[in-house]
Ligand binder design. Structure first.
Ligand SMILES: Nc1nc2c(c(=O)[nH]1)N[C@H]1C(S)=C(S)[C@@H](COP(=O)(O)O)O[C@H]1N2
Ligand SMILES: [Mo]
Length: 169
């Protein structure tokens, strides 16, 4: 477990996931609406930049590309900012979020995602370092311009590929 130390309580009645910015169809999904989307699963390893890894995690949720089909990013959309209930943010190029492995995860090993791992919902971006997988996700903002997130403002890399050793800029 690694985060800012704030674990925002989950209220199913008021929770929303918003998709905003450079999209043809902005979204504001309730928990019930999110849970009704087509489901996907993937198994992957998780690497934190502070040197630890976890292997073979089984995540369940909604494929990020399902959300792309719903929201329809405009041609101007080149970056995605993940916004979280604890105030954390992280930025990625839209091009880094294309594979089937990119998941909006609400289960881990078949159980509801525990709050300490970002429940009720986090993005999982297995190809990149853990700080790019936002916990307590509440918003996705599509932009033409890049905006550095929490760790990126503090010197971490904009992309964060562990196999390229992209820790710091
Ligand atoms: N909302 C939020 N997401 C976050 C963080 C955070 O502080 N807040 N920390 C990041 C970092 S640095 C890592 S390594 C992973 C840790 O995920 P875990 O606690 O499930 O192991 O969450 C990432 N996502
Ligand atoms: Mo991390």
């Amino acid at each position: 477990v690694l985060d800012l130390g704030i674990h925002p309580p989950f209220d199913e009645a008021t929770w929303r996931l918003t998709v905003a910015g450079a999209v043809a169809r902005p979204l504001s999904l309730s928990w019930a609406e999110f849970r009704a989307l087509p489901r996907a699963e993937q198994v992957s390893d998780f690497h934190c930049v502070t040197t630890w890894s976890r292997y073979g995690l089984r995540w369940g949720g909604v494929a990020f590309r399902t959300l792309l089909e719903l929201a329809q990013p405009t041609p101007a959309a080149a970056f995605v900012i993940q916004e979280c209930a604890d105030g954390y943010t992280t930025n990625l190029p839209l091009a880094a979020l294309q594979g089937a492995a990119i998941l909006l995860a609400d289960t881990l090993d078949g159980q509801p995602l525990p709050i300490e791992h970002g429940g009720p919902l986090r993005l999982v971006v297995p190809p990149l370092y853990g700080w790019k997988s936002a916990k307590f996700l509440t918003g996705l903002r599509f932009q033409a311009q890049d905006t550095p997130g929490f760790w990126e403002l503090r010197g971490y890399h904009d992309l964060g590929d562990p196999w390229e050793g992209q820790r710091f800029r």
